[in-house]
Write a protein that binds this ligand. Structure first.
Ligand SMILES: [Zn+2]
Length: 394
């Protein structure tokens, strides 16, 4: 690209976006002609919807010609995707979609850097959470196969998961709500998992014993028992994290081996001397359920006509690619700060003001306060996040 001292930051970034789309590969979702599209500008992410494209070529040309900063596609398939209002589109079915965003997670790092900045810990935690949704819930509990699950980075601070199994395409909003409720643990009562039983003989121990799930149980029961066993192995801090008082956690941890023996046979009452046991376990369960529920944006899952960022399109708030992963398994090694970079060639001079270090492409950038020369992807990222102006590109 030629020196462009006279261009402003917006023009420079628009040119980068246009260039990206000119050669972008794998942009079309399956059954592209049955999808509704929406496009946005820097102020409104979906400013215009009810659009459709007959093929990838038309889509790519449109995005390149208009330097579109945000493009979304429906999780739904329609006979007439551009018809309006919605009920004239002729709904044919919808993928089941999940939107995981790090801003829904309560991370300690966010309290120092705020919600708009995304640090390495943020990226890592939301990546692990997405893997957990797929490998702890969607595959074992719902029986979906890896090949029916598509994952893409959102382009900013999360991931989108699309399930396109034939079994779920026709599910309505109510059935989708049931799936959300299951995954967020919101419908589970203490009594579904635990019950109070009696010891065989009165001399075994005073009182009643608490019978609960075993690690080998299916669904939520097994998850609760496994999570507790994991926390027990990891130590006192882990037990506190799942909702136990530190004093109780310490007592339990000291008798870890005894507790584990009990858990394997569903006896959650192996530790003597803890008062109000039911309350302790109930709180633990509640803590676990909330921890999972907060991280799934249930509006997306429950609305079959929702539009989501098009996989492999540019995110206009970062200049990163909403990169499509080859398989869900790629989550275990995916790094958006390397793998989702769109603008790889060239450098820019920027006037930047940042408080935190930015890591991209394996390097550290900043904090900055003034004029600096950086790779073009760093310039675009900081400009689009509102931390820099681009003075010139080379
Ligand atoms: Zn963070």
């Amino acid at each position: 690209m030629a020196a462009t001292g006279v261009q402003d930051s917006a023009t420079i970034v628009n040119n980068l976006i246009s260039d990206y789309y000119r050669s972008a590969a794998d942009l079309a979702p399956d059954r592209i002609s049955e999808r509704e599209f929406g496009v946005g500008n820097y102020d409104i992410k979906i400013a215009q919807r009810h659009m459709s494209f007959p093929s990838e070529r038309e889509l790519r040309n449109y995005l390149s010609a208009n330097s579109v900063p945000y493009v979304s596609a429906s999780a739904a398939y329609y006979r007439f995707p551009s018809a309006r209002p919605m009920d004239r589109k002729g709904w044919l079915g919808s993928e089941l979609v999940f939107d995981l965003d790090v801003t829904d997670m309560d991370l300690a790092c966010q309290r120092s850097h705020g919600k708009s900045w995304v640090c390495a810990i943020c990226f890592d935690e939301v990546r692990k959470e997405t893997a957990r949704l797929i490998y702890d819930f969607l595959i074992p509990d719902f029986g979906f196969s890896e090949s029916e699950i598509k994952v893409n980075f959102s382009g900013n601070r999360g991931y989108h998961v699309h399930v396109s199994s034939a079994d779920i395409l026709k599910l309505g909003a109510a059935a989708r709500r049931e799936i959300t409720a299951y995954i967020s643990g919101s419908g589970i009562e203490f009594g579904d998992l635990f019950r109070v039983g009696s010891y065989a003989t009165a001399s075994d121990r005073a009182g009643k014993k608490l019978l609960g799930p075993r690690p080998t149980d299916l669904g939520w029961k097994g998850k609760v028992a496994k999570k507790f066993t994991e926390s027990l192995n990891a130590g006192i801090d882990s037990l506190v994290q799942i909702g136990l008082d530190r004093e109780i956690a310490t007592k339990i941890y000291r008798k870890k081996e005894l507790m584990k023996l009990g858990l394997n046979s569903g006896n959650w009452d192996m530790i003597a001397g803890i008062k109000s046991k039911e309350q302790v376990w109930k709180r633990m369960l509640e803590t676990m359920a909330i921890a999972q529920g907060d991280r799934i944006d249930s509006n997306v899952t429950n609305d079959p006509s929702h539009l989501l960022r098009l996989a492999n399109s540019i995110h206009g708030g970062t200049g990163l690619i909403a990169k499509k992963l080859r398989s869900p398994r790629e989550l275990y090694r995916f790094d958006p700060t390397k793998d989702a970079i769109a603008f790889r060639k060239g450098f820019a001079t920027i006037d930047a003001n940042t408080t935190f270090e930015l890591r991209m492409n394996g390097q550290k950038f900043g904090p900055y306060g003034g004029r600096i020369r950086v790779p073009i992807y760093v310039a675009a990222y900081l400009y689009l996040k509102g931390y820099a102006k681009i003075a010139a590109v080379e």
